[in-house]
Design a protein. Structure first.
Length: 104
């Protein structure tokens, strides 16, 4: 789970967290379709889009860590995991070496 502080949640007190279903249905193009970029105070939709994208990124990172943890718990090598991610085994181990496979 990400420990990043999210100040976007406090923007105008109107930025709720999105559910998994809402994130899956989130359409970035539609979110920006009605944003008047010439008047930044007109609408906070752009800021809600930033928060939604950040939430999706956090969930993706969490899912990737869980997948790596499961792969390691099943005895998969860092070379195999790195290959699937398009990085070297060393890069995979550096990035995910803190992941405890016993908690998969």
């Amino acid at each position: 789970m990400s420990t990043r502080t999210r100040t976007e949640d406090n923007i105008a007190g109107e930025t709720p967290r999105l559910s998994d279903e809402e994130l899956e249905a989130f359409d970035v193009d539609a979110a920006f379709a009605n944003v008047d970029f010439s008047d930044p105070s007109a609408d906070a939709a752009d800021l809600r889009s930033v928060t939604a994208a950040a939430d999706a990124l956090d969930r993706s990172r969490d899912a990737l860590e869980a997948a790596v943890r499961a792969a390691r718990a099943h005895g998969r090598s860092w070379a195999r995991i790195g290959g699937l991610l398009g990085v070297t085994r060393q890069a995979a181990q550096q990035r995910f070496g803190h992941v405890d496979p016993s908690s998969a």
